[in-house]
Design a protein. Sequence first.
Length: 1007
Amino acid sequence: SPAIAERLLDFVADPAALLDRIRKRLSGEVKLLPPSRNADDIVDEIESSLVALTKAHARLKALWPQARDTVEEFLYNNTGKNGNSYRASGIDKAWSAVEELCTREAPMLSPWEKLELVSADVMAGKMKKNHAPPSAPVFDAVADYLAILADIDPLFDALQIAFLSEARSFVRDHMDRAKRRAHQLYFDDLLTRLDQALRGEGGEALAQRLREQYPLAMIDEFQDTDAVQYRIFHAIYGEEKTPTTLCLIGDPKQAIYGFRGGDIYTYLAASNDARRRYSLDTNWRSASRLVEAVNTLFGASDNPFRQKAIPYHPVKPSPNADAEPLRIDGTAPVPLQFWKLKADDGALILADDARAAAAEACARHIAQLLQPGRASLGDRPLRAADIAVLVRSHSQVAWIQDALRAEGVNSVSLSETSVYRTEEADALLALLQAVLRCEDEALLRFALADRLLGHTAREIEALIGSDDAWDAVQQRFFGYRDRWRDNGFVQAFQQLFRDEGIAPRLLRLPDGERRLTNLLQLVELLQQASRRHPGMEELLRWFAEEKAQASAHDAAKMRLESDQALVKIVTMHASKGLEYPVVYIPFPWASDPAENAPFYFHDENDTPCLHLGVGEKEDVDRAKSAASEEALAEKMRLFYVAVTRAAQLCVLTWGKVNKAQGSALASLLDIGAIKKDTPENEVFEKLEKLAASAPGAITLCDPPAAEATQPKKTADAAPPLTPRQPPKNIERDWRVNSYSSLLRGSASDQPDHDAVASAAPIIEASSDPIQNLPAGAEFGLLTHQTLELLDFAEAGQPQIAELIEKLSRRYAIEDLREAGSRDALAAMIANLLDTPLPPAGLRLRELTRRDRLDEMEFHFASARVSPSRLRATLAPFPEWRGAADHLDFPAFQGLMHGYIDLVFRHDGRYWLADYKSNRLEDYGQAGLDAAMTAHHYPLQALIYSLALHRYLRQRLPDYQPERHFGGVFYLFTRGVRPDSDGGVWFRQPDAALLDALDACFSQREAA
């Protein structure tokens, strides 16, 4: 009903909000809480309650005209009310609530604030002693209404649980189907499939084969494992699987990837299963006094990592720990330093003020260290590349960069942040929108003013004030749009990038190198996406969606803008496994926001659980508390990783900072709530005791003071510049070629889709509507995409028609606007699926998704090939000899590239098919042979055959062309019919031909 839908929309307003609630854990390994009931049953109960609620509301409406004065009298004039319960603001809210409820057309499912103050059962308990509430039907009616509403609320909680549970299943199922359609497997799929195989029929035989191949397995970084991975290893190398050995290597104190699925509880379970355990007791990274300091810091707590199963064991320094000591002004510094952040009057420091003070202090100290002669490492000067600042987030990266820049110190950031979160992503989207809609002056002005084009307000005003100047700007953008439409995204952007002078403008900025790196990375991502989203509007929609999701998959992680020897700003997660002589941790007091639903935690059996945040309050509170505790434990481990990156010096800040009690350092020091009235000395007391227990290893001190003179450029001296020497011989014939480029002499990286064709003969209109379907590349694209997206085995007439309807709107082909034309296209597709392919012994309709690859892209290496060499190769094969006739492409080497419309598997053999939508007068074998020759399709067939031959040779261990290579179909879609062999051209390149082709493109002699 609309009422139920409205309540659900309050819970999840849009698909993005829904995804946010379920994205945390889509894995089937995670137990959803509370347990879900059947959604239909819950809806039936809600509908029944809504009927009762509607009746209660109708009663209230009927009573209201006579009861209005009674309610008003009680709220505003009755002196027997308890003043603590009936305050002025509450009385006004109660009056507004009851008046709106009794005058609205339909009941509301969300309770009004303070409505209970006019409910008979509540009123009875909120009166002064010896005073009774007035008795009136309206107060009883409000009580009845609220009672029904109270019964409905748990039902809606249950519905939300069922809704999210079904949504999770729905998303998982659709993801699986989408991956099957795209013939893709994610890394997690490889794991789950292997896990299922090892637990299923034949699993022990598979495990035995794996043990025989890998009798010794050493798994590094095992603290970042999960239950699926460990089940796999245990199934292969479990206790009875001697004489094999499984060695699990990991440090549970460094398990920091819970957000990626890493499960510390699985590591602990594996540790309990292990028959032997070994520990490393030597720190090979840090100086001896820093090792002492870290031992003291983490040894001061009985349970530093908030899990008894993860104790801290003191370690010893290596024999060479002090071989290259750090010295500042000739003196060895205290290796673990806590700098005090203080307000003048001992007041509570706001987080923003603490952030500014900490960033400024660290930047100032770094600038001082990099002054000539100030600091040395062993027998050499300390360099900028020896220094790292460790932070938690991208925003913290920006704060430190700004502070360092103010001190004249250049830096480089190493972050796992998505490039879609950057200012350059916003600016690029605005710029491309202006290109696409350059008639819109507001969009164009915005793009001109943004950082990429960098026009000032005065410059834009001057442009707008001159018709000629503004017209010139618009004409430039019209040109960019035309180039995008005609030549693709990257060529248009290259012209815009050059003509508008974007690179020089960005590089003039203090952080220009970072900005230019971000921009070029975004352009690369857009270029890759443009192959999947060829339309301009479609590509921009994709870009906007990626920005909204701020995806941080590997390709979208911000790249290193420079490999120069600069100060590094590194996220703590990215720093794992690295080491730096000098480390600053400026914000160890920063706390995270409170955990929001859904809550991820482990139950008493260490089962991962996801509580959706609805249901019984006690259960929700327990889940929230457990999730917060696990999050704090992981923050502790992350803090440990950060502190132990330092080899010589580690600097942190601490103070009476608002909400610092939620930080890992506060947990380690067992510091309680930090409030306005907390004495400042209490905030530093624990650190003072630590410093006293490790003199010379730990210090609590004020940050270094500003000095009279500061260097304004502290990057290391650049090496001498020498001109790059060009190679003596430049290969001018290396390029990427395709079938179409061999015919035309120009490269193309797009699928052919009938784009290469000689002038077609003029064919008169036919009585067959299929023959009257439009011609051209756009129609070819539409046909190919329809076949690519169709599940052949499930494609009935309704499914085909629905897909054609959807795609025809995208391609906007004029001749397909009429339903009759779309029906003809659907009939053509159905004919193709139902036409027998005798050499393969099947119809396409019999193929499942797992036995076909659509639009299989290939690149294969090619040695130097010329037309004469190709003709010589084909000369011994009469059936194919003419494929290289009349070719006149320049000799080349490099890569051959293309897209095979369909590769399919049947009865252990592999076949390729190419769809052709050409109009022919004759679809018999003679007509097909003539069309194949006229369009040089046999050359295409040979290139595709070689690509499939090389692919199968790589993928099949026992590949033999005679046994596995089925042959080549060219399916002329307008001519195929289920009851004839028309429109089907077939050839089977034999093993000798395939070997000769392979030799031709490899510069070897054929076997």
